[in-house]
Design a protein. Structure first.
Length: 465
């Protein structure tokens, strides 16, 4: 049952749910116990009054010339027909049959008879009052008290039985049960409300710690600075230590990446210089392969740096200044395109939209896509950056160029893939964008642009304000 699956619930809901279940169980048990005790107490008082009547019958009965005579009782209720108060004196024959000797006027034309099990119970404890539940006149529920005894001068055992309608007791017990249930439900609701308030108040430091960690993750803070109870202070300290350790690891990775770049680029530069001074077919091969190696090194180093940065607490980079700078730069680069009319870049971005990452990576992501659009467009590029949800954003670049057929869009994202060998470049532009976006947990989608060319959509992490 999903609503009882505590593993999927928050800590507050879990504590409230457990407290609510225990409260309901305690309230239910208490209600059943109190109602049962009230009913038993009422029945005991009821039995005591019936026992008094059976004692009066027993004590006041007499035997005259072998005939048993009932005493004169002043209980007015026993004189009214079907009043609910009854008594009867029974003669127990040797064969076990019960024959009424005397009975109250309230019984009128009815009799009170005992079952064989009740008769056996009386016979097993002669002289001791026993209590039973019977059905009386008009099928009313009765509570009965009976005692079996022997009278001097009378040959057979005699059973003195008094009974009374127990409906008032049952009604009182039911009313008590309803009142108790209502009171206990109010008490249980109050207890659950108190638990909710206590849990919400008691867990405020945890909620505050969560908000501070979120601030660190979004780049608004560098460490957890709040003051916490002694139970949470060690946790806050460990979190700060973890953040410091991660930052140290990232800085070490960046240092290694820089050292590797310097170690590889210097020999490649020497090879390119030497090859340029030695014309010939071998020099051309060395120059081409060395240039390819340099591009591959740059590509993988960028990817490694991005992967390392994406694991840190996160930088906040405003998107609007980046798009403005790229648009101005690319319009200058492609000013001689399209018969000298240049390229018009129309971009739109909310003022408060921020990329959760470093400026250099956003420049590379947006710059590669917009530069690719500039190479292939006829004269128009449209860029839209919009927030999507609470933690995502999309950057969409459309151009009015020839576009790409659907079957070739997947190949355009492969490393080093060039669909047109006559176009300048190494074929790494969109591949770099794809791998850099995935390093940040994002994605790249190619589609058909409303302008007629290619649409490139980047989904990237967004820094929430």
């Amino acid at each position: 049952m999903k609503f009882l699956d505590l593993r999927r619930r928050s800590l507050v809901r879990r504590l409230v749910l457990i407290a609510g279940i225990w409260t309901l169980l305690v309230v239910l048990i208490a209600g059943v116990f109190l109602t049962a005790q009230f009913r038993d107490a009422a029945i005991r008082r009821f039995d005591q009054s019936l026992a008094v009547l059976t004692d009066d019958l027993y004590a006041g009965s007499s035997v005259d010339n072998g005939q048993l005579r009932a005493p004169f009782l002043t209980d007015i209720r026993a004189t009214r027909v079907y009043s609910g108060r009854y008594w009867v004196i029974l003669d127990k024959k040797p064969d076990g049959a019960m024959k009424p000797i005397e009975r109250s006027r309230s019984l009128f034309d009815s009799d009170l008879m005992l079952s064989s099990a009740q008769i056996d119970q009386l016979e097993a404890a002669p002289g001791k009052t026993q209590y039973f539940d019977l059905r009386g006149p008009q099928d009313k529920p009765l509570r009965a008290a009976a005692v079996q005894a022997r009278l001097p001068g009378y040959p057979d055992p005699v059973v003195f039985l008094a009974a009374e309608d127990r409906s008032p007791i049952d009604a009182d017990a039911d009313r008590f049960a309803r009142i108790t249930a209502f009171a206990l439900l109010i008490l249980g609701g109050g207890l659950i409300l108190a638990v909710v308030v206590q849990v919400r108040f008691g867990l405020q430091p945890l909620f505050r710690l969560r908000r501070e960690v979120a601030q660190v993750r979004r780049g608004k803070a560098e460490r957890v600075e709040g003051s916490y109870p002694e139970e949470l202070s060690p946790l806050a300290g460990e979190l700060n230590a973890l953040l410091a350790h991660n930052q140290e690891v990232v800085e070490r990775q960046r240092t290694h990446v820089g050292n590797l770049a310097h170690a590889l680029k210097t020999p490649l530069s020497v090879m390119l210089t030497e090859a340029s001074q030695q014309p010939g077919q071998l020099a051309e091969v060395v120059t081409r392969q060395a240039q390819t190696m340099r591009e591959q090194v740059d590509h993988h180093l960028r990817r490694a740096r991005a992967a390392a940065r994406s694991q840190t607490s996160g930088e906040r980079t405003p998107v609007e200044p980046i798009l403005d700078e790229l648009a101005v730069t690319l319009e200058r680069i492609f000013q001689d395109k399209a018969d000298g009319r240049g390229v018009e870049i129309d971009w739109r971005c909310p003022d408060d939209l921020c990329f959760q990452g470093e400026k250099q990576d956003l420049m590379e992501l947006a710059g590669n896509v917009m530069e690719n659009a500039g190479k292939w467009c006829r004269g128009r590029i449209r860029v839209d950056a919009v927030p999507v949800g609470e933690a995502r954003m999309t950057l969409t670049v459309d151009d009015d160029g020839p576009g790409l057929p659907p079957e070739e869009r997947g190949q355009a994202l492969k490393r080093g893939q060039r669909l047109d060998e006559n176009a300048p470049g190494s074929g790494l532009g969109l591949s770099i964008v794809d791998e850099l976006a995935r390093a940040y947990g994002g994605s790249v989608q190619l589609g058909e642009s409303p302008l007629g060319g290619l649409r490139v959509t980047l989904e990237l992490p967004r820094a929430v304000s």
